[in-house]
Write a protein that binds this ligand. Structure first.
Ligand SMILES: [Ca+2]
Length: 531
């Protein structure tokens, strides 16, 4: 620590403060950055989990869908090898419950997607025979229990009753398998069944809310309410159907008669989700209630990000309208949810509705899952296609824990370690009043034009701060409060430094959220980005 006042470097020209807003960046990163983020997450999972240790049920299937799409996008051999070893370990089969129609439940079909991709890629021993058997067994039923509403149908040979499409999850765990298998072998019956199943969910079961166009997780949620008395539209549930529709619209021939219906439902849902994105870029566990346990939630956000980016890529969604939304969501996930070693956190674990902080399934910093990794990888593939910039951004980081630091009189500052912090640590200032501040000196910052970003900590005791650069207010204010502690990144805007010099970055408390316990400020690093 040292004192401020290391000479008087020239003032930064903070250009157009507030133009982009004190928020997560809405710019799509270069392809290299998108690939790197996905690969970091995927590599960590593969290093920690042997391929065969992943199940072939719905969650293992969703993981592998992301793994195989990451391979299809980038051609990184280890991803294909991993998927193939997993498929071989399960003998290219679907999870069985001991019933003859193995894999007839919607959530036991998902693995078929990756098996098909491996077969199409010429992987040794690849087969979709068991997937085909399952699909045909479902088609061969004299009366489809799904379409007739005969819920809890007991399939021949099964020990228990089941109804495969009672939840919106099926729109992702099963729909892409029906569609891609139909396309691969030209079986129009698969297309027809898929279309009938979704229409059944939309209309007969009434899972698509006619007013908001958001979807209920299952029929029971049509009457349930959040703790605040609002509707419950589960974030990941929206993600399941959004992403399932995006894959369907990618794969289904556009001259199919039901294409327009899928397209309409997709656009309706995307419109509803766009206006419900949080200020920080995430979607909530309950998108219909911003105060229903508002943790950052990676799985919902990744699925919706994928769907939105793919909708733009397909020319279905307006790039002008949706591109900044998808980019903001992606940037929020990258800023908040990836630990330094590649662990992907803030994932709501297996569930069916928003959960409170007391739940072991609450999305916090040590909460990850196989399926969450899968959908994050999937989001990356669509974002990569959306990006028009090759290469990587050049980012110079000035770590708060490494810079000379001062605080206002009577206040405290300390460096704290965190696996999520850039450089493994960040600075935490305990301030007790408005106008208190913490200041960091970056030495010999090269002259140039930069996008200035600040990685900071949100926590229950943090206040609202204003950045100053060499004493000049830069950008607008940022609220450091959140009930769920996590790191985030704010895009301050463009700065121009005419000379190479030391820069003093000050963070001044200007107020606090009514819910906050204090005026604290947590700074991780200053990032100067050259796109
Ligand atoms: Ca740091």
């Amino acid at each position: 620590m040292s004192c401020l006042g290391l000479g008087s470097p020239p003032l930064a020209n903070a250009l157009e403060p507030g133009l982009q807003g004190q928020t997560t960046s809405t710019a799509v990163p270069p392809k290299g950055d998108i690939r790197a983020a996905g690969t970091k997450v995927g590599n960590y999972w593969m290093k920690k989990n042997q391929a065969g240790a992943n199940n072939n049920g719905w969650d293992g299937g969703v993981l592998m869908l992301g793994i195989i799409e990451h391979w299809r996008q980038y051609g990184i051999a280890s991803y294909k090898d991993y998927a193939q070893a997993w498929a071989q370990s399960h003998s290219w089969g679907l999870l069985s419950d001991g019933c003859k129609l193995t894999g007839n439940y919607h959530n036991r079909m998902t693995a078929g997607y990756t098996y098909l991709r491996l077969l199409q890629a010429g992987s040794a021993g690849a087969t979709v025979a068991k997937v085909t058997q399952s699909l045909n067994a479902q088609l061969a039923l004299p009366v489809s229990p799904e379409v007739t509403g005969l819920v809890n149908h007991q399939f021949p040979g099964c020990s228990s009753r089941s109804f495969s499409w009672k939840a919106v999850d099926a729109e992702f765990t099963a729909l892409p398998v029906w569609i891609t298998m139909g396309k691969w072998n030209g079986r129009l019956k698969y297309y027809n069944r898929a279309s009938a199943l979704q229409s059944y969910q939309a209309h007969t079961m009434g899972l698509q809310d006619p007013t908001t166009k958001l979807w209920y997780r299952d029929e029971s949620y049509k009457t349930k309410l959040s703790p605040n008395g609002l509707k419950i539209h589960w974030g990941r549930g929206q993600g399941w159907i959004a992403a399932g529709l995006a894959i369907t619209l990618t794969e289904l021939p556009t001259d199919r008669s039901e294409y327009g219906t899928y397209r309409t439902r997709f656009i309706e849902l995307m419109k509803a989700l766009r206006v419900r994105q949080r200020e920080d870029g995430f979607w909530n566990m309950n998108v219909a209630d911003p105060h229903d346990f508002p943790a950052p939630e990676t799985s919902a956000t990744a699925l919706i990000t994928f769907a939105m980016a793919q909708g733009i890529n397909l020319g279905i969604l307006s790039s002008t309208t949706y591109r900044p939304v998808a980019a903001k969501a992606w940037n929020a996930m990258v800023a908040t949810t990836i630990r330094n070693d590649g662990f992907l956190g803030y994932c709501q674990k297996t569930g069916l509705e928003p959960v409170p902080p007391t739940s072991s399934k609450y999305p916090d910093d040590d909460s990850t899952s196989n399926a969450c990794v899968g959908v994050f990888l999937l989001a990356g593939t669509a974002m990569n296609d959306l990006s028009t910039k090759a290469g990587k951004a050049t980012v110079t980081r000035y770590e708060a824990e490494s810079m000379a630091t001062t605080v206002s009189a009577g206040d405290l500052q300390i460096d704290v370690t965190s696996k999520y912090a850039s450089g493994g640590a960040s600075n935490s200032a305990t301030l007790n009043a408005v106008n208190d501040q913490v200041r960091f000196t970056a030495t010999n910052v090269p002259a140039g034009t930069y996008n200035l970003r600040v990685r900071f900590r949100r926590s229950p005791g943090n206040g609202i701060w204003q950045l100053t650069s060499n004493g000049v207010e830069t950008g607008s204010t940022t609220d450091g409060y959140d009930v769920d502690p996590h790191y985030a990144e704010v895009d301050v805007g463009t700065v121009y430094y005419s000379t190479t010099a030391n820069r003093v970055y000050g963070f001044k408390a200007v107020g606090k959220n009514v819910a906050s316990n204090g005026y604290g400020i947590g700074i991780d690093c200053i990032k100067l980005v050259k796109p």
